[in-house]
Design a protein around this ligand. Sequence first.
Ligand code: UDX
Ligand code: ADP
Length: 464
Amino acid sequence: MKIKNICCIGAGYVGGPTMAVIAQKCPKVKVTVVDINEQRIQFWNDPDVNKIPIYEPGLAEIVKEVRGRNLFFSTDVEKAIDESDMIFISVNTPTKTYGIGKGMAADLKWIELCARQIAEVSKSDKIVIEKSTLPVRTAAALKDILDSTGNGVKFQILSNPEFLAEGTAVEDLRNPDRVLVGGDIETEEGREAMDALVDIYASWVPREKILTTNVWSSELSKLTANAFLAQRVSSINAISELCEKTEADVNEVAKAVGMDSRVGPKFLKASVGFGGSCFQKDILNLVYIARSFNLKEVADYWEQVIIMNNHQKRRFAANMVRAMHNTVADKKIVILGWAFKKDTNDTRESAAIYVADYLLNEQAKIIVYDPKVTEEQIYSDLDYLGSRSGNANRQAVTVVNDPVQACEEAHAVAVLTEWDEFKNLNWKMVYDKMLKPAFLFDGRRLLKKENIEGFNFYSLGSVN
Ligand code: UDX
Ligand code: ADP
């Protein structure tokens, strides 16, 4: 089976970069990315590639090279489905905010809508691929919808979870640790569909890195991979609190532990808490599934990773208030960094949102600087929490373009995203501008004490 036309539903953080790289590496395949969000598609099609809606190092260059050649962005979902042999579903699957499983289960509303649309429009056999992270056995639901509402055409459903991390998406896609393809290995049609997808990736990924499994293993592997990664962050964050009590230094502990080749050095960086669209959502999902099978201990075990993460965000903010003589009311606090990690403009579940919310509840005045996040996004993140009116958020929070200027007469600065530019900020000038005592809270272990003279300095995971 030779694939000529690929359609991807959802032009977001997963669909956009993934399809750009597939289009670049498979110049003979036409790749069309569709989305119901017209504005998003408009940005993807903007003649100025720097206006594409997702910031990822290296992505604009790829889009410039392949857009209009074999990569297209469109709002005509039906046409793209109709023309394709292979459809990737990359729509959002956020945690449910209503009904059964509220706050825990994944909301599959958008996935189901996609499936129904694919069934309705398709006039030829198609391979349908789950790209978004989904609960185990979603493929069964997809199959049910496709087979019972379609026009008699055949669908093969594959699971091909995305392991890219934001900020390094292009590099992760070009050079993945592994690619996972789950499908119906029991039948010939299933194996053929899997081969077709493997062939696409094999254009640039060595075959030995492409793993094929049954659908359920593939779906569960994605949740498990994210749960393991998040667990490492929560583990080191738990130790960071102990370090602050015992005069140990969390960086030194992480280094010593990570040098054991069985543990490894990556993903052991203590922080103000993990964010991003995946970790929390996927663990909640895992917990929900475990509970639905009455696996209480399994569910409790994984839930602890989230409990620890929430604790870390809260204790960081509480420590700020405590350090500043137990009151921040009307004090000016500058937050440096709003994205959930550096090199992305994504703010979903970012620790900064929760730290700011805590400080706003204590009636602080907040100034935010982030090199890539828009003012509109920052207000929308705070409004989404619903802790106070939109008006109150706009009164208490100011978003600025100049981090040093922002510190004029500030009581405190908190570094919440590890953007490289914060390392080299003119900290002397910042100090001079601030009210004294000048407080500096480093939630990312980014700053070296010798570069920041004069401050009352608090670095997560050590005694200063
Ligand atoms: C994650 C997975 O890494 C990726 O494989 C999956 O496809 C999607 O979810 P992402 O959320 O984009 O990717 O970023 P990641 O680099 O994993 O970081 C997640 C959060 O953990 C960030 O807030 C980051 O700052 C934090 N983190 C990460 C730490 O606090 N310490 C670390 O050592 C590593
Ligand atoms: P992710 O990080 O998983 O890529 P995003 O929220 O960035 O998530 O992107 C998902 C995209 O899917 C959004 O742009 C949204 O508009 C789009 N989307 C959701 N449902 C549909 C649908 N039925 N048809 C087309 N696009 C959809």
